[in-house]
Design a binder for this molecule. Sequence first.
Ligand SMILES: Cc1cc2nc3c(=O)[nH]c(=O)nc-3n(C[C@H](O)[C@H](O)[C@H](O)COP(=O)(O)O)c2cc1C
Length: 203
Amino acid sequence: MNSPTPGQHLVELDVSQPVWDRFFWVAPLVLIGTREPDGSHNLAPKHMAMPMGWENYFCFVCTPRHHTYSNTRRDGVFTVSYPRPDQLVLTSLAASPRCGEDDKPALSVLPVFPAKKVAGVLVEGGYMFLECELDRIIDDFGVNSLIIGRIVAARVAEDSERIHEGGDQALIHNAPLLTYIHPGRFAIIDNSLTFPFPAGMKK
Ligand SMILES: Cc1cc2nc3c(=O)[nH]c(=O)nc-3n(C[C@H](O)[C@H](O)[C@H](O)COP(=O)(O)O)c2cc1C
């Protein structure tokens, strides 16, 4: 154990193993939508998923073993739905193991609606929806790849749209956010405070 600051003991983690299960960290939770080769839709939850910079790019981490990866590589498009807290169980069910003909029966309980600009579906009841064209896939981060899309359409539920800063706290209170806390926990955020940015800060 090291002790760089008085009273705080740091535990050295073994970096020959993944470190990410050794402490908690906060992530979003989205459903990535793709199309299977037979034209049916696929949805898969991802927590390693976020904006790729300040412009309209979105990225997520995926392993090439997943249908989401091969579908995206083949079709060059994917969708992103941000579920609400009351959709937690359905969101998780989209990760159910495949069976029989390699299909995921759990998908039949997730109501969907068609995307507008790309071939695919979005999840009804979510609060934010993105439609993306594949920009690039970067492979070989160990067993994972980074999939990056350009956002070509975006829609937000009326109750979740930021219209003016003064209403932010009430907005989150009235339309709470679902977060994934790795490993294996979740939280519902319905309360928030203004971030204390330093005066004069520039992006
Ligand atoms: C809460 C949760 C978060 C997940 N996050 C990711 C992720 O960020 N990246 C990933 O590759 N898989 C992630 N998974 C696993 C896959 O989405 C899951 O195995 C899925 O069924 C793969 O489906 P597919 O073969 O249809 O793509 C997550 C699963 C759950 C339950």
